[in-house]
Design a protein around this ligand. Structure first.
Ligand code: NDP
Length: 530
């Protein structure tokens, strides 16, 4: 046997034993081993327990084996974060310049590595590679933004009418439990970790179990940027056990959670036991309101982008289209046409517009709503659903479905589906549109399409939503804010408000008189007579 043939055989054998996934110049050997990140080290579970993650676009392929944190691991992670914070180890709490430099460096590393990391995000989340690239860069931008705020945590001072001074200090809230979702795995985590670190907090982070590798990219970037040991500790495991143990932990000061509203309610109840501070970013059932004077083409493009990006698995997705009756037919026809033209395919294919859903459970949930809509007898403007044949047979691929003339009170128009399903609801008057838009338990986002600026602002003021876009959808400036009204959450992420979430406010009152005769003492107690 020639030497060349021997090498060839070894190569074939290796590729069978160690499968790989390739995109461009990047090759990932799978399954990737994802470890816990505790005290600056990548470590195995103390109980030796692991779980796996499959490729949502090819479910017979295991792409990651993840270490599952035991209670001991979790306690150690919290204790370390606590110790760094309470003892101001490495000057973490006081030295904001150190924090600024590390956050900038993390942003730089993520940006330099964005192409490679995007492959990982696409692989584990199912997000199309073009979108994954932008996603990683958006996460880098969040780290950069909060780096710029680390040295700008200003307090205040008030010279009081009695001549004394009240000093207002802003201090880090303490040890933060960050629990993040899978749908935008890097940005959702960055919105918690970057401002928490900028404020001088320490963090124990439980990422979503479907996207462990994206989390690993963030903790590796932080470590490479020089993050001191124990400042951020990352534990993996099921939300119901590991996640819940973390958010209930008595040594945690603040819980920053993004996920489903039902999970958020549970966490809020549990936080009440010790009055933990909480930030909740929860679900949405977001309306896109198309008025009679809107540019239909603009509205359709925005709705397709806002409603179907990430296969509709987005908290701020437009999932209800409220359209004036005079442009109803025109809008629905064009919407169906454009949505039908989307390329649904393998996430690591440059042409793909929509990848698979994240999991079997998510697929079943979405198909259940499609089934419900059809059985309820709503008009189907675009028929889609489970795809089959070729690569579709091995992934959770579902094509968009648009229901028309949907009853605003029905489950289709009230519940978060988190998939490529849009409910169209016609309306007659501006007031009716506002009422339908607001008549859900959620209040995360809304879009208004009109050429009338006065109407746009009038309606925007009346909508119960944390973000209202006028003639656009789903763009989230880092400098802006993100958060919900009603059951879409508590608190705000991003921008300056996103930093405030991680700060306590302390007043220090200074007597400047030195006098023993204080009017406020004298009024209440006759101390000088005692
Ligand atoms: P879940 O609520 O199921 O999970 C979110 C995170 O919480 C995961 O890390 C999960 O772990 C963990 N978790 C689950 N149960 C518990 C628990 N009892 N205690 C503590 N942690 C728990 O949401 P999804 O992951 O399904 O995310 C999708 C949801 O997130 C949607 O409802 C969406 O609207 C919302 N979302 C909101 C955003 C916003 O900004 N408002 C942004 C993005 C998403 P595990 O992965 O192991 O289950």
């Amino acid at each position: 046997m020639g030497i060349k043939r021997q090498y060839l055989l070894i190569g074939v054998l290796l590729s069978i034993l160690m499968p790989t996934v390739s995109y461009g110049k990047f090759t990932i050997e799978i399954p990737v081993r994802v470890k816990l990140f505790i005290d600056g080290e990548e470590v195995s579970s103390s109980k030796g327990k692991t779980f796996t993650r499959e490729n949502p676009a090819q479910f017979d392929q295991t792409i990651a084996v993840i270490e599952e944190a035991s209670t001991d691991d979790l306690n150690r992670a919290v204790d370390l974060a606590r110790e760094v914070f309470d003892k101001d180890k490495y000057g973490w709490v006081t030295n904001y310049r150190q924090r600024l430099r590390i956050l900038y460096k993390t942003a730089e590393i993520l940006r330099e590595e964005a192409e490679r990391i995007a492959v990982t995000v696409a692989l584990e989340n199912g997000m199309p590679i073009r979108q994954a690239r932008a996603h990683v860069l958006a996460a880098a931008e969040i780290f950069e933004f909060y780096a710029g705020l680390a040295d700008k945590v200003y307090g205040d001072s008030i010279v009081l009418s009695n001549g004394n001074v009240s000093l207002i200090f802003k201090e880090p809230v303490g040890v933060v439990a960050a629990v993040s979702p899978w749908n935008f795995p890097m940005t959702q985590a960055a919105r918690k970790i970057a401002p928490a670190l900028a404020a001088g907090c320490t963090v124990v982070w439980k990422p979503a179990s479907y996207t462990p590798m994206s989390a690993m990219e963030i903790y590796r970037a932080l470590a490479k940027a020089g993050l001191p040991k124990g400042v951020v500790n990352v534990i993996y495991g099921p939300g119901a056990t590991v996640g819940n143990e973390l958010v209930r932990h008595p040594r945690i000061d603040y819980v920053s959670f993004t996920g489903e509203t039902t999970t958020g309610k549970l966490i809020m109840q549990q936080a009440a036991a010790s009055i933990k501070r909480i930030g909740l970013e929860l679900g949405g059932k977001n309306p896109g309101i198309v008025f009679d004077d809107a540019s239909i083409e603009e509205a359709v493009r925005a709705i397709v982008f806002g409603g179907l990006r990430n296969t509709g698995q987005a908290c701020g997705a437009i999932s209800r289209v409220l359209v004036h009756e005079s442009v109803h037919e025109k809008l629905v026809n064009r919407l169906a046409e454009v949505a039908k033209g989307l390329v649904i395919g393998y996430p690591l294919d440059d042409n793909t517009d929509m990848g698979p859903l994240v999991s079997k459970a998510q697929e079943e949930k979405v198909l259940g709503y499609i089934d419900f809509g059809k059985k309820a007898g709503f008009k189907v403007a675009l028929d889609g659903g489970k795809l089959s044949g070729g690569i579709y047979d091995k992934g959770y691929f579902v094509s968009p479905v648009i229901f028309d003339d949907v009853d605003p009170k029905s489950r289709l128009a009230q519940e978060e589906i988190f998939g490529p399903v849009i409910a169209v609801i016609p309306f007659k008057t501006e007031q009716e549109a506002i009422e339908i838009a607001n008549n859900v338990i959620y209040g995360l986002t809304a879009s208004i399409f009109t050429k009338d600026p006065a109407r746009a602002l009038r309606v925007a003021r009346k909508l119960q939503a944390g973000t209202v876009w006028i003639n656009d959808a789903y763009t989230q400036p880092t400098e802006g804010i993100w958060g919900g009204y009603k059951q879409s959450g508590i608190g705000r992420e991003l921008g300056l408000y996103g930093l405030e979430e991680f700060l306590e406010i302390k007043q220090v009152y200074v007597d400047t008189t030195g006098s023993l005769d204080r009017p406020h003492w004298r009024t209440v107690m006759k101390i000088d007579k005692l």
